[in-house]
Design a binder for this molecule. Sequence first.
Ligand code: XMP
Length: 319
Amino acid sequence: DWTMAEYRETKIREIRDQVGDGKVICGLSGGVDSSVAAILIHEAIGEQLTCVFVDHGLLRLNEREQVETMFRDHYNIPLVVVDAEERFMAGLAGETDPEKKRKFIGKTFIDVFEEEAKKIGGADFLAQGTLYPDVIESVSFTGGPSVTIKSHHNVGGLPERMNMQLVEPLRELFKDEVRELGRELGLPDIFVGRHPFPGPGLAIRIPGEVTKERCDILRKADAIYLEEIRNAGLYDAIWQAFAVLLPVKTVGVMGDGRTYDSVCGLRAVTSTDGMTADVYPFDAGFLTQVATRIVNEVQGINRVVYDYTSKPPGTIEWE
Ligand code: XMP
């Protein structure tokens, strides 16, 4: 039995012991996990930590600005923001295979990191917001054979190539505990309560080829969906909600014209750790309202569907 205040103190000691006077580089994804890890490590070793936020162009609406504000203004933690959108889009061009998309994004993250690490004269440690379920799920699927379902890129692969030791202060924690630790560290509720967001970002919510144009369309639909969820007071009851942009065009009618545009899928699930999940049972009126707004407000989408698949057999993300 331990409290979060004790956990914080213990981890701070451990981080200091592990790192000594070495330099640590930490990749921020905009999510809760990497943010909590970074803030904890900063508390332990201050200036020895450099935080790097890679803007791969696969972020949600205004996400980059939110992270910048949080770190620079709220915590006064120096932050290196790397604008890598063009590089990621160029590499994703023409790629439709889900694992190849993930692998490319993971590899390019490492490349960008290596470049940033070099710029600060090298780092001895790499900090990651790896949680306990990440550790299990990248090894084998719950209760099943040892098969990689998806290559989560924040576990494994990095240290061998980068010749850095890992600092992973959240490795024993589940998501709800990370949120508690975040509150303990003074993160605002609105940030602590954010739904998880995957490292490969919108790329795995755009089945088929990812382009900047499709990312822009998806960002708008996703923002409307989340705004409606927040307005309905449902945000905190949901583990994760997001829009998906399908590589399927269907026919519709608007005014007196024919439309031929993409389909948008909506996903919302409840879960405690992301390893299993149930579909969130919105009422029909809510979904109709979201669908109407998206079709009316987002050019490029003329049809909206709701995903009724639990995990298993579905996964939470579509790729
Ligand atoms: P799936 O789709 O496997 O997702 O049911 C389970 C949870 O993991 C998140 N997820 C990722 N997180 N890097 C991450 O940091 C990844 O590559 C990745 N893929 C999935 C997903 O959003 C859900 O919360």
